[in-house]
Design a protein around this ligand. Structure first.
Ligand SMILES: [Zn+2]
Length: 214
């Protein structure tokens, strides 16, 4: 998912729960996941290559890191772990065929809208679910001026990240479904983290309670 959409979803999901400084830490950590060193060879961070079990394990590990950080009173580290976790959660909807399968199950685009989209609670249990294979030269090929469009049509296989992604609106009508599902699931991730933190007695250190007031 392109950076601006990670930012948009993250800010919208956490609005009213975190102060601006905390939001900044979460957003920075989220965007840091798309650094080159975390892109190449790390399908679990972006839910590429159908690495669903590894992706879920990565998210669970970041959640544990967030709880552990707050237990030692390191709020910044907790917020950063949460930002890393959200990145993967949001990429899942942009990199897999989840929303395509969901829309097809509703009879197609004419019969459903993004506000109805459901989230995927466990990708390991969904038959036919796949996500794009990330190949660095595909990434480069489709961005070559003039030749990129030809490369997309002739050289890029259907299961490639470049063929499947819903990273921005230019990828077509499924993009708003990916955005809506990613937003919904980001909100759920906040709830999941807070319930882990409540169990550890540290939830109030993470969220700005004054912002949560109705
Ligand atoms: Zn990513």
């Amino acid at each position: 998912m392109d950076a601006r959409y990670h930012v948009e979803i993250t800010r919208q999901a956490l609005a009213g729960h975190l102060d601006e400084a905390a939001l900044h830490v979460v957003v920075r950590a989220n965007l840091g996941q798309d650094r080159l060193t975390k892109l190449v060879g790390h399908p679990e961070i972006h839910f590429d290559d159908s690495a669903f079990a590894a992706g879920e394990a990565y998210i669970a590990d970041q959640r544990r890191q967030a709880v552990a950080a707050l237990e030692r009173n390191d709020r910044t580290a907790a917020l950063a772990a949460f930002g890393r976790l959200l990145h993967g959660r949001q990429d899942f909807y942009a990199h897999s065929n989840w929303v395509a399968l969901w829309v097809a199950s509703r009879g197609g685009l004419a019969h459903c809208s993004p506000d109805q989209v459901e989230i995927c609670l466990d990708p390991r249990l969904v038959p036919q679910l796949i996500s794009g294979v990330g190949v660095p030269w595909h990434f480069i090929a489709v961005r070559v001026p003039l030749l990129g469009r030809l490369a997309r049509r002739t050289l890029i296989p259907a299961d490639s990240h470049e063929a499947m992604n819903l990273d921005h609106p230019g990828r077509g009508p499924l993009f708003p479904f990916a955005m809506a599902a990613a937003l919904q699931h980001s909100r759920l991730e906040l709830e999941l983290l807070l319930s882990s933190l409540r169990a550890a007695g540290t939830a109030m250190i993470l969220i700005d309670d004054s912002l949560s007031a109705p």
